[in-house]
Design a binder for this molecule. Structure first.
Ligand SMILES: O=C(O)CCC(=O)C(=O)O
Ligand SMILES: [Mn+2]
Length: 205
């Protein structure tokens, strides 16, 4: 069992209109993060997925793995992902995150950003199978990368930026996905790889 930090302090809250964001800067110590990163990097069945946009098929700029309960299928941008079965390390991370944020999850999308050119474009996690007001718990390992949020309708609000450091947990809840988009920007800086796990509860529709 990997050692996570016993969380006794409340999370930081980011006060954005129409959103609920909770942030724990460190839920696992550095040594645990290193060990988890190396294990996941070398053992997960990373795959290169493609999306079709305007009739063109493009490789998405990251590798990913969809893991979860056997009925937790997930569709986005024309892709249907069937879940890989849970692995014991991911289950242990899931249980510790469930205890911290008081919410249960049945699936996780795991992204590997190999370098600064790998990224995740503007989107909301608002697919129908996530239901109304999903709780999404995002755990980061490896390089610090910049995460941005922008309101979908209120152009008077400046986009919000936060750096997701290794061992941090960001929970997006309430109406965040309805009103905000988020992205993980590219960077020209030389950066080490990063693994991000977004735990979700998908519904069978
Ligand atoms: O890598 C991240 O921090 C964000 C990942 C994300 O938004 C997603 O997989 O939907
Ligand atoms: Mn997302």
């Amino acid at each position: 069992m990997n050692t996570f930090i016993a969380i006794s302090t409340p999370p930081q809250t980011h006060n954005l209109p129409d959103a609920r964001l909770l942030f724990w800067p460190e839920i696992a110590p550095e040594a645990t993060c290193h060990q988890l990163y190396s294990e996941l990097r070398s053992t997960l069945p990373w795959q290169q997925d493609h999306i079709t946009l305007y009739g063109k098929t493009l490789a998405i700029p990251r590798l990913q793995v969809w893991m979860g309960d056997s009925d937790a299928n997930y569709q986005y941008s024309g892709l249907t992902l069937s879940p890989h079965p849970w692995n014991p390390t991911i289950i242990s991370i899931k249980q510790q995150i469930e205890a911290i944020c008081g919410h249960r999850f049945n699936s996780v999308l795991i992204n590997l950003y190999r370098d600064g050119q790998d990224s995740n474009g503007w989107h909301s996690d608002d697919e129908p199978e996530l239901g109304e007001n999903p709780v999404i718990a995002s755990f980061s390992l490896g390089a610090t990368r910049r995460f941005r949020l922008r309101h979908k309708y209120r152009k008077d609000l400046t986009p919000y930026t936060c750096d997701l450091i290794s061992g941090s947990l960001l929970v997006m809840a309430g109406s965040t996905q309805k009103y905000w988009q988020h992205c993980l920007t590219k960077t020209a800086r030389p950066v080490e790889p990063r693994i991000n796990l977004t735990f979700r509860q998908t519904l069978t529709l």
